[in-house]
Design a protein around this ligand. Structure first.
Ligand code: GLU
Length: 510
């Protein structure tokens, strides 16, 4: 591997938003390239014009950009092997299809879609057989192998639409090597004569893909498992051109969280998590069809970290990796053969880990847009302290308000269950005494409040567990939040006392 320059590519088709499985393919290509000082290319495979979706190419580029998976070459970057969009390479493919025709590795076929459908249906009905346009039937079809030359020429000059098909060699046992799956054996008679060139003058995926991989000097093809069945055809195509084939690695599927099928948008909708990196469509003024990780509040590095471990493992217990650490640790031989089950809770866990590892200063800055107009209520240090106190309870910064609202405004209501359990007949009277204790504290720090309140509790034989819950109810309105004395220090003496007074007036024991 050391002699050849490592060059890999991510080659998506712009047929819609990029699935997270596609992002993982891009990521593994990127990690492999960086690990081996190679190049990572982005090529857009848009030869199937019927499946082209406007906006998809921009979506792919923006997704990779958000994830920090930067191509060294390709669409949006340039490079010496361009253009990197296949529809802009039409003339190039024509040359290669002509070469295969000349060499006798391909032939012209005139069968219409209706004729193909008819034989497909007939064979299905008569023999329960799946029609393959290949060694068994090609001589019964309308093509340049089965028809006299002069008729072929007449039809061509008459403008009859045609495709070019690959002439698949007959009954050859192939033993192919995949870097993840090992040996893959196949007999060529089970393969059909794939269309390489369509009547619209465009190559198919198969031809364009291998011509480009060759011309762009791709050393390793790392792609999804769904392309494994195409590997034999691709290898034979390389052979027909007398080109050296790249090495292949087919990545395992991403599976549903609950079951064995491939992870789909429907699973995301059903179980409430995104299967796309960004919302689709990107334009926020249009109605959202699918949600994205970015808009759900994920940090791109947490998202990438989570994806990296879906199908690859470092061989250690380590789970948190920066992109550079992933580059250093990555190897294809630790990519598993079997599918990786997607776990939405684990995805959240990753984001939580990245969030708690941020400094309070960073979190405070990030929290500003989510503070509902209260962003100037506290000074910078206090806001940082608030963030530090609650971050263990937070997975996404955009949800911070739920965890901090009580620092900014007094509770409007009180949790009924806690009232029922904790509010006794004498609670209001006890709180009146507590207020006098708090009024006597000059330095209203968490430590001082804690010392004085505990002293009062002990001296008066008050049930401490119950009183702390009551206090929390007065300050927060619920049973959540960090330590009550920290809350008291942050909101201050006056506000603490006023909240306790209000609760003592408002809450009536049942
Ligand atoms: N255009 C193919 C896709 O959309 C690329 C397959 C490959 O990497 O060879 O996935």
């Amino acid at each position: 591997m050391s002699n050849t320059q490592i060059r890999v590519r991510f080659a998506p088709s712009p047929t819609g938003p990029l699935h997270i499985g596609g992002v993982r393919t891009a990521l593994y290509n990127y990690l492999f390239a960086k690990k081996h000082n190679g190049k990572f290319l982005l090529r857009i495979e848009d030869t199937d014009q019927t499946r082209f979706v406007p906006g998809a190419q921009e979506y792919i580029i923006e997704s990779l950009n958000w994830c920090g998976i930067k191509p060294d070459e390709g669409v949006g970057v340039g490079g010496e092997f361009g253009p990197y969009i296949q529809s802009e390479r039409k003339e190039i493919y024509q040359v290669y299809v002509d070469e295969l025709l000349k060499k006798g590795n391909a032939y012209i076929a005139f069968d219409t879609a209706e004729e193909l459908e008819e034989i497909r249906e007939r064979l299905q009905k008569e023999n329960n057989e799946t029609f393959l346009y290949g060694s068994k039937y090609r001589m019964e079809m309308k093509n340049s192998l089965s028809m006299p030359g002069h008729v072929v020429n007449e039809w061509l000059s008459g403008g009859k639409p045609y495709v070019v098909r690959f002439l698949m060699p007959e009954n050859e046992d192939l033993v192919l090597h995949d870097l993840i799956r090992g040996e893959v054996k196949v007999n060529t008679s089970t393969l059909d004569d794939k269309v390489l060139f369509k009547s619209d003058g465009m190559p198919t995926y198969h031809l364009a893909n291998i011509v480009d991989d060759h011309l762009m000097k791709i050393s390793h093809v790392i792609r999804g498992e769904e392309w494994l069945p195409s590997m034999p055809l691709h290898i034979i195509l390389y052979r027909a051109f007398e080109w050296e084939a790249p090495q292949f690695a087919h990545l395992p599927l991403l599976l549903k969280p609950d079951g064995n099928g491939k992870l789909s948008k429907r699973d995301g909708d059903r179980l409430g998590f995104p299967v796309f990196p960004l919302r689709w469509p990107l334009n926020p003024t249009e109605e959202e069809i699918a949600s994205g990780y970015r808009e759900s509040g994920y940090y791109p590095d947490a998202f990438i970290n989570m994806l990296a471990l879906l199908g690859w493992n470092p061989g250690t217990e380590q789970e948190i990796f920066s992109l550079q650490e992933l580059v250093d640790a990555f190897s294809l031989d630790r990519v598993s053969k079997s599918g990786a089950k997607f776990n939405p809770d684990k995805a959240k866990w990753f984001n939580h880990q990245y969030l708690i590892n941020k400094s309070n200063e960073e979190l405070a800055a990030e929290s500003i847009p989510y503070l509902h107009g209260f962003e100037n209520k506290f000074d910078k240090e206090t806001l940082e302290r608030v963030c530090g106190l609650i971050k263990e309870r937070l997975s996404f910064i955009k949800d911070i308000w739920e965890q901090v609202s009580f620092f900014f405004e007094a509770p409007a209501e009180y949790d009924e269950k806690i009232v029922q359990k904790r509010w006794k007949e004498n609670t209001a009277d006890e709180l009146k005494v507590l207020i006098t204790i708090l009024e006597g504290i000059n330095n209203f720090s968490a430590e001082e409040c804690e010392a004085k309140v505990k002293e009062w509790i002990t001296n008066n034989e008050i049930n401490p567990g119950n009183m702390f819950n009551v206090l929390r109810l007065c300050l927060v309105g619920a049973g959540k939040g960090p330590g009550v004395f920290d809350i008291m220090e942050i909101i201050g003496k006056e506000e603490s006392i006023s909240r306790i007074e209000r609760a003592a007036e408002k809450i009536i024991p049942v």
